[in-house]
Write a protein that binds this ligand. Structure first.
Ligand code: ADP
Ligand code: ZN
Length: 526
């Protein structure tokens, strides 16, 4: 192998002469050094951390061609165009190329005229392509978005699991796996599938100290959102994530009606409109984009001052990635979420009704529990996030809502027993609003229709307020003592887990409702 220079100096030279940066960030230098020496590596680095140069520089320092496996066909062209502008011999092979373009790339590969070749996994795995590789001098395999090997991850791709053959077919070519998803399960799966047992793991910190995390109990989501936005410095740019296209549009209209410069973005809009919204967000000051998760991929605006979630995100990974779009400039920024009973019930129900195979459902349940535990926590939110991403031992941050205003807990055993027995006595099929009516002894039409005013549980909850009962029910659903019924009408039933609690064998401590509580009418609730 031609390795004439000390790789450290040449890597730095390439960084400055080719890429125009004067120093390495974080662990980039060590990662590059490892690959240049022909060793395997696992790189866990948050989005925007600078993963690409970790394999692009070794590609230029090592003899032969570097194969970059990426599932993001749509981004390959951009990446390759950028590299070519820097004078690097790069190409990509995927189904978007014509036959003759594909042949051109293959002959460049054969003649050794390429430094980097981006391919989709299914292409790489084809026998035709592997035969070509057998005859090519290879420098490195870079497996980007490596979390796709894991069923535990949100982007599982079956083809990624077959990438294990790289280790057996090309044992002497180093493999570098890269991902921004760093939970322990995913990491273990990557190591196993790609045979990286003896490879060093480069884990960059996922901490974003300038982001302040906070969650409010959802009560009237939109009004709370307005209050939150109005507390931000005037002209702050932000993103408001909503679950559905309809919610995106309604929210944008609502903010506009309050004279805020809001825009709507979702995958259902014409492409021209989506581009217009993106450009306006990037180029104008202080725009607020209401969007589904479709918004944000590839958007690099440094001064996003807040990211708000009006609905529960899909997972903690999703939440981390979405909130991570705030404060890339390092200045103080907010990650705010409104979360309530309706959110918990609907995600629990979606999971219960999903017809995914049991193995997948178990994984989804684990992820949902992690997300709900984050929402319901009585300890530092940053600690929970970092622990989830594998960084143990961080101290409470002093900056999140919990650190600044620690919630007190109360012994809610008896209250929980009352809720559970109200659910059981009414047949395990009524929703939260009705259970609260029964507990408070409200003689609504529905209560009378079902004869629930005659139950022993009727009115046994008058010691607590309606808001407290809703808060208790939310936590019981989040903790899995109450489960949504399968009919999908919002009914709640007492779970297996509730048994010991009902028998008085278990004590339950719940978070207290925040002392300041805005009174709202029933219609306002979301
Ligand atoms: P990732 O793939 O981890 O999301 P990228 O590789 O796209 O991140 O890098 C994010 C941004 O950081 C890019 O604009 C890249 O050019 C820049 N970058 C990477 N390394 C450095 C460095 N050492 N110094 C300055 N900027 C860097
Ligand atoms: Zn904290």
């Amino acid at each position: 192998m031609p390795q004439p220079h000390s790789s450290q100096t040449s890597a730095l030279q390439i960084l400055s002469q080719t890429f125009g940066y004067d120093h390495f960030r974080g662990q980039q230098a060590q990662i590059i050094e490892t690959a240049v020496q022909g060793k395997n590596a696992l790189v866990l680095m948050p989005t925007g951390g600078g993963k690409s140069v970790c394999y692009q520089i070794p590609a230029l320092l090592r003899a032969g061609i570097t194969i970059v496996v990426s599932p993001l066909i749509a981004l390959m062209k951009d990446q390759v165009d950028t590299l070519r502008e820097l004078g690097i011999r790069a190409a990509y092979l995927n189904s978007s190329l014509s036959m003759s373009e594909q042949r051109d790339v293959e002959s460049a590969l054969q003649q050794g005229n390429l430094d980097l070749l981006y391919v989709a996994p299914e292409r790489l795995l084809s026998e035709h392509f592997l035969n070509r590789l057998d005859q090519t001098q290879l420098a490195l395999f870079a497996i980007d978005e490596a979390h796709c090997v894991s069923q535990w991850g949100h982007d599982f791709r079956p083809e990624y699991q077959q990438l294990g053959l790289l280790a057996t077919r090309y044992p002497h070519i180093p493999r570098m796996a890269l991902t921004a998803t760093a939970d322990k399960r995913t990491r273990a799966d990557i190591i196993q599938v790609l045979s990286l047992q003896n490879a060093p793991v480069f884990l960059s910190s996922f901490d974003r100290p300038n982001i302040r995390y906070s969650i409010v109990e959802k009560d009237n989501g939109r009004k709370q959102l307005i209050d939150f936005i109005q507390q931000q410095p005037e002209g702050s740019a932000g993103i408001v994530y909503c679950l559905s296209r309809k919610r995106v549009e309604e929210t944008a209209e609502f903010l506009q009606s309050k004279n805020l410069p809001a825009l709507a973005y979702h995958a259902g809009l014409p492409q021209a409109e989506r581009i217009r919204v993106q450009d306006e967000f990037l180029l104008e000051e202080g725009r607020i984009v209401c969007a589904t998760v479709a918004f944000g991929m590839g958007i690099d605006k440094p001064n996003v001052r807040f990211v708000a979630h009006l609905d529960l995100p899909k997972s903690l990974e999703g939440y981390y990635q979405e909130t991570g779009r705030a404060g890339r400039d390092g200045l103080p920024s907010e990650a705010w979420m409104a979360y309530g009973l309706g959110d918990v019930v609907s995600v629990r129900r979606m999971l219960a009704m999903s017809d995914a195979p049991p193995e997948v459902k178990r994984i989804e349940a684990g992820k949902l529990d992690a997300l709900l535990a984050y929402c319901e926590t009585a300890s530092c939110r940053r600690q929970i996030l970092l622990t989830y991403f594998g960084e143990m031992g961080s101290l409470p941050c002093g900056n999140c809502d919990i650190c600044q205003n620690p919630p007190s807990t109360w012994n809610a055993t008896v209250a929980a027993q009352k809720v559970l027995s109200a659910a059981i006595r009414t047949g395990n099929r009524f929703g939260a609003a009705h259970l609260v009516d029964v507990l408070l002894g409200s003689e609504t039409d529905k209560v009378k229709q079902f004869g629930h005013h005659e139950l022993p549980t009727f009115g046994i909850g008058q010691d607590l307020s309606e808001a407290t009962w809703r808060n208790v029910i939310r936590q019981l659903v989040a903790l899995g003592y109450l489960l949504p019924d399968l009919e999908g009408f919002g009914g709640l039933m007492s779970s297996e887990k509730a048994r010991d609690l009902l028998k008085g064998k278990e004590t339950l401590w719940l978070r207290e409702l925040p002392a300041v509580k805005v009174k709202t009418s029933r219609q306002d609730r979301t």
